[in-house]
Design a binder for this molecule. Structure first.
Ligand SMILES: Nc1ccn([C@@H]2O[C@H](COP(=O)(O)O)[C@@H](O)[C@H]2O)c(=O)n1
Ligand SMILES: [Zn+2]
Ligand SMILES: [Zn+2]
Length: 568
């Protein structure tokens, strides 16, 4: 990603020579329609922007300034503009995860962005307290704009099960477009026990949903923490289509962390806008308030004019697209104050404190996991043996983790407290059972053959550009083909990896020798049936392997032990 190594002062240094800057390019102007949408998803607390990657270095203050200018433009053009987020605000960055209560500092900053519609993500629902805080401290601030059509919580005060936000919201935009909006979460099975996720194909049959379809509106907006190609999304599109043969439908999805765009039919479209504040999605729709379409039957099969664009989140991009004149001042007072607040919080949380020096780059998905440049290779062969395997146990240990617990690349140079959350944010506990080697040695293969918890289609999108003059980045192919990426990039390779990886198996053991098989409590439900299948006769007791380390702190422990040279 052409990263340089910067610290918190990037905010001030950004405009100075020598600071990492994206190579200036000519970005083509955005196309505006009757209705235009700016979309974020899976931001996972990355409000500081990417301090080590210039392409994605804008922070939430810059985002706020950008939105101010875009809204000005919309008024000037007499076009409607909507700003939408598809959830997953927690887990993945120190700003959200290093605070005493997860999200306590990030939630108020999200609240400063004037989103028109938001949906809840699965990362708001793993932990009871996070779900409760989302319900009590986040949802109310948005009024009807926080949409949870199929996600409920058991209110701890009333014992009643209620929607965390609003089931739906009908509203009118500045220039008259009437919108019916819903918020859907995919069929998430791991939600905390104080919450309920309803399958979307059931929700759409309910009386409240069917009744909402009778309202007179110009378009449907489905904000979803749902991959746009999954059945959970198409079920909602189809339910609306069944009642409205030609009404415009827009799905703003997420969860897979990819840039994508889907055409459901001539008048229904879906956009997905990446992850970690690397991407702002742009969608323009023209022809929404076509008078001829008041009788819906007249417009079945009539094309809407739709464009999509994936913007890289740097200040250059923001200025280029939002300012009416290049010399106009970009930073707004509000934007600056958000930037300052983020800067202060990062200081309070010590996020830029260097713990050690990474000797090289380690990539999550650029190389096969057997490659020395693979992060999963580092974790399996160095982090787990150093920071997790417990030498004081009477038996040798083999540690298995889900590769999905590792979330981002680890770059050469200063490794900070922030990086421990960026790379490995979860506090998953290590649990174990002592089993014969013959069983221990089969666990990893068995797990990789078991049904996986997510991600579905991991096939990489094909790359088309390999050009040394371009900076590496996203090269997206979607239902409109190539060309959606705002910046032309040379593509970064994507190599799928196994769902589970493990530390090396202990060597020189007989089949009957005992071994500690260690895994994460996060996927215990998959391990027990495997143990039962491998050894139907015996049952094994399981317990916490070590109480002093989890998947987040293992990295801290490893770096403190092995990357001690701090002058980098
Ligand atoms: N305690 C947890 C929770 C989640 N994961 C991993 O994250 C994936 C979901 O993340 P999205 O941003 O895509 O929603 C999940 O499939 C797990 O791989 C985890 O490891 N531990
Ligand atoms: Zn996510
Ligand atoms: Zn998700």
């Amino acid at each position: 990603h052409g990263h340089g190594h910067d610290d918190d002062s990037h905010i001030e240094k950004r405009s100075q020579p020598g600071a990492p800057q994206p190579n200036p390019v000519d970005l083509s102007p955005l196309t505006w329609g009757d209705v235009n949408i700016i979309h974020t998803t899976d931001t996972h607390g990355w409000l500081s922007g990417h301090t080590k990657e210039a392409s994605y270095s804008a922070d939430f203050g810059d985002f706020s300034s950008f939105l101010y200018h875009m809204r000005q433009q919309a008024v000037h053009r007499r076009k409607d503009l909507l700003v939408v987020d598809s959830g997953d605000l927690h887990d993945g960055n120190g700003l959200g995860d290093a605070s005493p209560v997860n999200g306590q500092y990030t939630r108020p900053i999200y609240q400063k962005i004037n989103y028109d519609a938001l949906a809840i993500g699965n990362h708001e629902l793993y932990v009871n307290d996070v779900a409760e805080n989302t319900y009590r401290q986040f949802a109310p601030g948005w009024g009807k704009r926080y949409l949870t059509s199929n996600v409920f919580i058991k209110d701890s005060l009333t014992n009643k099960t209620v929607p965390i936000g609003n089931l739906y919201n009908k509203f009118r935009l500045k220039f008259g477009t009437r919108v019916m909006s819903y918020g859907f979460l995919y069929n998430f099975k791991g939600a905390a026990n104080n919450t309920v996720v309803e399958p979307s194909n059931f929700t759409v049959t309910l009386p409240w949903f069917q009744k909402s379809l009778k309202e007179d509106v110009d378009m449907y907006l489905i904000v979803g923490h749902v991959p746009i190609r999954w059945a959970e999304a198409t079920a909602v599109v189809q339910a609306i289509r069944a009642a409205h043969p030609s009404k415009p439908i827009v799905v703003l999805g997420g969860h897979l962390h990819v840039r994508d765009f889907k055409v459901y039919d001539n008048r229904a479209f879906g956009l997905s806008s990446g992850r970690f504040m690397e991407t702002l999605g742009w969608l323009s729709v023209d022809g929404i308030r076509d008078r001829a379409c008041r009788v819906e039957a007249n417009c079945v099969g009539k094309n809407l004019t739709v464009t999509r664009r994936y913007l890289d989140t740097n200040v250059y991009t923001y200025k280029k697209h939002s300012l009416a004149h290049p010399k106009q001042k970009f930073d707004t007072w509000k934007g600056r104050s958000i930037t300052r607040e983020i800067f202060k919080l990062r200081k309070t949380l010590n996020l830029s404190n260097t713990i050690g020096c990474a000797p090289q780059d380690y990539y999550l998905a650029r190389y096969p996991y057997t490659d020395a440049r693979s992060l999963l290779n580092l974790v399996a062969n160095e982090v787990l043996p150093t920071a997790v395997v417990n030498a004081s146990r009477p038996y040798p240990g083999v540690v298995i983790i889900n590769s999905g617990s590792q979330r981002f690349d680890l770059f050469k140079g200063p490794f900070t407290l922030d990086d421990t959350y960026i790379v490995s944010p979860f506090h998953n506990d290590f649990v174990y059972a002592t089993v014969p080697y013959s069983i221990a040695s089969k666990m990893l293969t068995a797990l990789n053959g078991a049904p996986f918890q997510k991600r579905g289609d991991d096939t990489p999108l094909p790359a088309y550009a390999s050009n040394a003059t371009l900076t590496p980045g996203y090269v997206t192919k979607d239902d409109y083909g190539y060309g959606g990426d705002d910046w032309a990039h040379s593509s970064i390779p994507y190599v799928p990896s196994p769902n589970y990886i493990s530390s090396p198996l202990p060597t020189g053991l007989k089949d009957t020798d005992l071994v500690d098989v260690v895994w994460l409590s996060y996927f215990t439900n998959l391990v027990h049936p495997i143990l039962k299948k491998l050894d139907p006769v015996n049952s094994y007791t399981t317990g916490i392997y070590r109480s002093d380390v989890d998947t987040n702190s293992m990295l801290l422990k490893f770096v403190k032990a092995k990357w001690t040279n701090t002058s980098c």
